[in-house]
Design a protein around this ligand. Structure first.
Ligand code: 5CA
Length: 157
């Protein structure tokens, strides 16, 4: 098991969640790819969208339903500071994962997070497990809780 996947599995188990990681060799790099691989609605894929807080310098994570996008104004309102796009190096340092594999849990450093209420419309959702070809299923409320994510309105269709 890759070190990244192992970190996600340990974090999920630490929160009492089953960590049933599935590998799709064809890749789950984007929400569309992950939905096609799993065979689920694209909104059942949890995108972990990272921003850099311009005042705090901290990484902030928006766990977004696959078919939605983050509204920057709403996200800034929640963060309470201007947000900049996170570049690949920043994402790697803060989360410990490469873009396309960023998991909602198991980060290198504690990260403040918010969750898209659209995810709660499903009995289960799928999120990246640390690499661009590993995902795991979870009950959405339990996943957002494990991620320390506050359910909030920041997403646009
Ligand atoms: N494994 C899939 C489904 S779980 C996944 O990780 N999807 S994702 O949406 O969370 O991750 C891809 C996201 O990474 C994109 O939506 C985009 O916001 C971000 N991204 C892609 N390229 C870059 C880049 N060069 N710099 C910063 N962020 C990027």
């Amino acid at each position: 098991m890759s070190e990244s996947v192992a970190r996600v599995v340990a974090a999920l188990r630490g929160h009492g969640l089953a960590a049933q990681v599935v590998e799709y060799p064809e890749g789950t790099r984007t929400a569309a790819e992950a939905a096609a691989a799993v065979g689920c609605d694209v909104d059942q894929i949890v995108k972990s969208i990272a921003f850099r807080g311009e005042a705090s310098g901290r990484c902030l994570l928006f766990l977004t339903a696959g078919g939605n996008r983050v509204d920057p104004q709403l996200a800034m309102g929640l963060a309470g500071e201007p947000l900049a796009k996170a570049d690949a190096d920043f994402v790697r340092v803060e989360t410990g994962f490469a873009i396309g594999g960023v998991a909602p849990v198991g980060h290198a450093r504690p990260i403040r997070a918010w969750g898209d209420p659209r995810l709660l419309d499903f009995p289960r959702v799928w999120a990246a497990a640390g690499t661009p070809r590993h995902v795991f299923p979870a009950e959405p409320r339990a996943l957002l809780s494990a991620a320390g994510a506050e359910v909030a309105h920041f997403a646009l269709r």
